[in-house]
Design a protein. Structure first.
Length: 340
């Protein structure tokens, strides 16, 4: 009984502290509108995509998130327009988060092949919770090994919260390098379900960038003729900060058409390694000539959470990029397809 209470207590800390943080995706460039509104229309094409993440599947209580988006660039207005839908479900408190946002960016040409995008999103968030089966940390008597009261006691607030929100960002890129900055939750929406407590979602700041190197092309033999095989290598980073938490992702992506291989390290090595969710991440992806891209990544947890056999995290992404006028690809950006 005592062991179960200790595990329950630490699970409660992990999950309720995560309510003050946003969903994080390992393949963040495969979910560009979630990363930075300035990515809206950045390919100069029409693009649709979907991301799914299953975090800590080995624990009794898991965290599942998804995101779907679409965007288009209109030359006449030199602008990108997009729509993104985000969702997440945490099984311990049966808490669900749903967000829908309209995205816009304007592209300013700075040189022959360099651009600056300024973007913004207007969003609406809804948080739902079912607290009937939840045991609060204050109900756990670790010394006596008992639970005080009944599940659900202590919750007297609304089980649904809804609010508008605003996100904004900037993105610079040329043929080889890119750098972006974004700020999410500028309206600081309320996240507390308790009447006696007022708590707002901290602003999430993100800085991301990298450089791509073109390698010597190879040959692809399709039994009838040989075609050039695109080969490239990219180094990238992603730093994010929200409230007391911060993380740094560093990694590389190898593209040997059509295969994509990547390796990543996440986390800031401090004594607070648990909130930083340190992990080693591997990616396998494919990018086809018709504009379809598929990626799978696995997070191998190396922080203290690994001692609880979390099971890491699985993430799957799907994206289709095309020119809506003639179905020809014409991607202007040097960014990696997924991020490694």
């Amino acid at each position: 009984m005592m062991k179960k209470l200790v595990i329950l207590f630490f699970s409660w800390i992990l999950i309720f502290s995560s309510h003050a943080q946003d969903i994080q995706y390992s393949q963040f460039y495969a979910n560009p509108l979630y990363l930075n509104p300035a990515f809206t229309g950045s390919t100069g094409l029409t693009r649709v995509g979907f991301s799914f993440r299953n975090q800590w599947p080995a624990l009794d209580q898991s965290f599942v998130a998804y995101s779907a988006y679409g965007d288009i660039f209109i030359d006449k207005y030199n602008s990108g327009f997009g729509l993104i839908v985000n969702g997440a479900r945490e099984s311990f408190t049966h808490t669900q988060l749903n967000e829908v946002a309209l995205s816009y960016s304007y592209r300013l040409r700075l040189g022959e092949s360099s651009y600056l995008h300024a973007g913004a999103q207007g969003a609406f968030l809804v948080r739902d919770a079912l607290f009937d089966d939840v045991i609060l940390g204050t109900q756990l008597d670790i010394d006596r090994g008992i639970i005080v009261g009944q599940p659900g006691d202590g919750f007297e607030g609304d089980s649904q919260l809804s609010s508008p929100d605003v996100h904004a960002g900037l993105l610079y890129y040329n043929e080889r390098i890119w750098f972006g900055f974004s700020a999410h939750h500028l309206l600081r929406p309320e996240i507390s379900y308790l009447d006696a407590e007022s708590n707002t979602l901290p602003i999430r700041y993100s800085a991301h960038g990298g450089i791509r190197f073109d390698l010597a092309p190879g040959d692809i033999n399709d039994f009838f003729n040989n075609t050039d095989q695109e080969r490239s290598f990219a180094l990238a980073f992603h730093y994010k900060s929200q409230g007391p938490y911060s993380q740094l992702d560093l990694g590389a992506e190898f593209f040997f058409e059509p295969l994509i291989l990547g390796f990543w390290y996440r986390g800031l090595p401090t004594k607070y390694s648990l909130p930083n969710n340190e992990a080693l991440i591997g990616l396998l992806g494919v990018s086809l000539a018709n504009g379809i891209e598929i990626g799978y990544s696995f997070d191998f947890t190396v922080s203290k959470l690994g001692q609880f056999n979390s099971g890491g995290a699985h993430e799957l992404t799907l994206r289709f990029t095309f020119d809506s006028r003639n179905l020809r690809r014409r991607n202007f950006t040097p960014m990696p397809s997924f991020n490694y």
